[in-house]
Write a protein that binds this ligand. Structure first.
Ligand code: SAH
Ligand code: F3S
Length: 436
């Protein structure tokens, strides 16, 4: 029995891909190791969207080499593997194997070659690949990620993902439903559908509205989330399906990237600030109480103080509850490499700090008003401190609860009793009278 340690960086799709690789290798007799020490295979599942994500991986690979005793294989998989391919083998002598996101099916064979002393890579694009037959090895628990779409056909000028993950393709709806049925039979009650522009899902017959309805109808499924949608793919049909499918949660992560129309244009995002705000308003109207989080890049080439001011004002206009904020990072092979007017790093840093401050202040303000509300919360996992548990509301707020560890997977009516600004403390509501 061989033991494999996989370390995962980047987005939720990488988390799902790691579960997939454990499935592929599980069929060949590999088991997941709990720690890198003593593993036969060490894999780093990487992200390539920003340079600092790649630098972290390079640093970590240096550390992992401590566990690379004779016979142990060190491999790089994921988006950075796809982006750099054989260059990684040339530049990092300790690496034995490099495999991109479309090559995981062959992982066991490639590991065999590596164990025989070869240094191997597979970065071929396979636009048909969905790993449909691979039984994923998931962490047990009430929630699960389900990839419904791989690749991306959009061409945001800053983004390396279309290069690392290839063309967009959707799984057949019936296959997705079957997987969710199996998960539900296993006790999973919340599913997050994954895709780079997940609401552009189309399997040739069914669109994302159909998918939401079909998955939402699976017996035992109480919550349905998805990430990340693209603003202009929220068709009236999709919004209608969201509003009429009770499992669909009241939170959308909707990357905006910038609040300035000039910058959105240079980014080749296919909407204006006004259009984005219309989409937010339409979703809020269809699903009252809906919350929004987003991704924002500062310091994109050509971004002026006025453009950045537009981003700050959009944060308020859209009423975000959370934002993942990034300094623009030049990626070789993306169209934005050719853009002039680079923003000096110190200015980008200052803008990032200002943006983070604005987002936090807004979240604190909005959350303070929510104290006292009662929400349904799913107990997900132990909190880091104090023997408490972390639960999540349908609006994606995290609530610290004083409930026993056995309550993981339970749904409770919870009163929000306080807030740190970003998360809440809560108390389980007991019915005033026992129901006889
Ligand atoms: N379609 C995917 C995007 C994947 S990249 C999704 O919506 O999940 C995730 C985020 O990383 C993007 O939304 C963007 O905000 C950020 N990002 C991508 N490329 C970047 C770059 N070159 N520099 C800085 N941030 C970037
Ligand atoms: Fe990247 Fe834009 Fe696609 S951010 S993943 S190219 S939608």
């Amino acid at each position: 029995m061989k033991r494999v340690w996989i370390e995962t960086y980047g987005c939720q799709m990488n988390v799902a891909d790691t579960e997939l690789m454990l499935g592929v290798l599980g069929r060949e007799g590999y088991v997941a190791a709990d720690v890198p020490e003593g593993a036969d295979v060490l894999l780093v599942n990487t992200c390539a969207v920003r340079d600092n994500a790649e630098q972290r991986v390079i640093g970590r690979m240096g550390e992992l080499q401590r566990h690379k005793h004779p016979g142990v294989i060190l491999g790089v998989v994921g988006c950075m593997a796809q982006r750099l391919g054989p260059i990684l083998l040339e530049q990092v002598p300790a690496v034995d194997l490099v495999v991109g996101p479309d090559g995981y099916r062959n992982l066991a064979t490639l590991l065999g070659h590596a164990q025989a002393g070869q240094r191997v890579h597979d970065t071929e694009y396979r636009s048909w690949e969905h790993y449909e037959d691979v039984p994923q090895v998931r962490e047990p628990g009430p929630t699960a990620f389900v990839t419904v779409q791989r690749g991306c056909d959009y061409r945001c000028t800053f983004c390396i993902v279309p290069t690392t993950r290839g063309p967009e393709r959707s799984r057949v709806m019936a296959e997705v439903v079957r997987e969710v049925e199996l998960l539900a039979a296993d006790g999973v009650t919340e599913v997050t559908l994954l895709g780079q522009t997940v609401n552009s899902y189309h399997d040739g017959t069914h669109d994302f509205a159909d998918l939401l309805r079909a998955v939402g109808a699976v017996d035992g499924l109480r919550r349905l989330r998805f990430t990340s949608p693209y603003p202009t793919d929220f068709t009236p049909q999709v919004i209608e399906a969201m509003a009429t499918t009770p499992a669909v949660c009241d939170h959308v992560h909707l990357p905006v990237q910038s609040g300035s129309n000039a910058i959105l244009k240079r980014m080749l995002r296919r909407y204006s600030r006004e259009r984005y705000l219309e989409v937010v308003a339409a979703l809020r109207e269809a699903i009252p109480g809906m919350t929004f989080s987003t991704d924002i890049i500062v310091g994109f080439p050509g971004e002026t103080d006025a453009d950045f001011a537009d981003t700050l004002s959009l944060v308020e206009a859209a009423g975000f509850d959370d934002a993942y904020t990034f300094k623009y990072s030049v990626r070789d092979g993306t169209p934005a490499v050719k853009l002039k007017d680079h923003v000096p790093d110190d200015i980008a840093s200052t803008r990032l700090t200002a943006l983070v401050t604005a987002v936090r202040a807004q979240a604190r303000r909005r959350n303070a008003q929510r104290v006292g509300e009662v929400h349904e919360a799913l107990v997900e996992r132990p909190a880091r401190r104090g023997g408490m548990m972390l639960a999540r509301t349908r609006r994606n707020h995290m609530v610290l609860l004083d409930v026993p560890a056995e309550s993981i997977g339970e749904y409770h009516r919870v009163r929000l009793t306080g807030t740190t600004g970003s998360t809440f403390t809560g108390a389980v509501e007991r019915p005033a009278l026992a129901v006889l």
